[in-house]
Ligand binder design. Sequence first.
Ligand SMILES: [Zn+2]
Length: 163
Amino acid sequence: MPDVRTSDHDDVALAAPVAMVSLNPNAWTEPFWVAAGQHRLTVQRCLACGTVRHPPGPFCPRCRTQDSDWVDLSGRATLYSFTVIRHALAPPLRAYLPMVIAVVAPDEAPTARLVANLVEVAVGDVAIGMPLEVVWEDAGDGVAVFRFRPAAPALRRTKETSS
Ligand SMILES: [Zn+2]
C-alpha cells in the first residue's frame, strides 16, 4: 500500500526516539559526543586562526593547521535552513512524522553548522532565521542526542497542546 500519510502546518514536529539512534564516533567526532553526553554543545576551534568548525576534522579548512581545542556553546542558535520529512523511508519511522530536519548556526559560532531535529514547534511556524535553543534527550550509557526548539516559549507546541 502506498504511503499517503501527509501533514499540515499545525502538526507538531516530532523526532525519532533516541533508542533508534546509533552513534559511531571516530577520533575527531568522539570529543563532541562525550561532551553531548554531559549536555554540553561544543565545536572544534583551530588554535592557529580561531576558526570554529563542524563537523570536526583533522585540519582547519581555513589555514590547514592541525592543532585544535573545543569550545562550549550556550545552545542558543539561529535556524539556517530546514526540510520537512512527511514520508517515512523506513516503516518504523512512520510514527514520528512529520520531522523537521534543521541546519542550525550556533550564536557563538555562526560559521559552524549543526544538523538536528527541530521539536516542540508546529511545522507551519518554522521559519529560517528563527531563534532556537538546544534541548537534550538522554539515551543511557552516557549518550545524549541534541535537538533544537524555538527560543520563544510562545512558539513551543507539544503533540498534547496542538489543536
Ligand atoms: Zn585555522
